[in-house]
Design a binder for this molecule. Structure first.
Ligand SMILES: [Zn+2]
Length: 89
């Protein structure tokens, strides 16, 4: 199995909030796209995933959970596939 990660980044400039920066990317497993998280910088609720998070999200999709000190590997930004749908709004 070969896991390939292609990273992406995005910037957003706002007169009020200033600049923000986000990371994202795609994960291919044996050349099949498994995770597609384009970088998305916004004033609020921008999502940003580093390579480690993308890798863990890809492994979860393949049925492999990564646990660190008895806690599910922490992915900072919410992802429906990883964390499940958000409650309410
Ligand atoms: Zn703003």
């Amino acid at each position: 199995m070969r896991i390939r990660i292609e990273t992406d980044d995005d910037t957003h400039d706002c007169e009020i909030c200033g600049g923000s920066y986000a990371y994202g990317g795609m994960v291919f497993v044996d050349d099949v796209l498994v995770v597609d998280k384009p970088a998305s910088a916004h004033c609020f609720n921008g999502s940003s995933y580093n390579e480690g998070e993308l890798l863990v999200m890809a492994l979860k999709k393949l049925g492999h959970e990564v646990v660190v000190d008895n806690h599910l590997f922490h992915v900072t930004c919410h992802d429906d596939d990883y964390h499940g749908p958000l409650d309410g709004d």
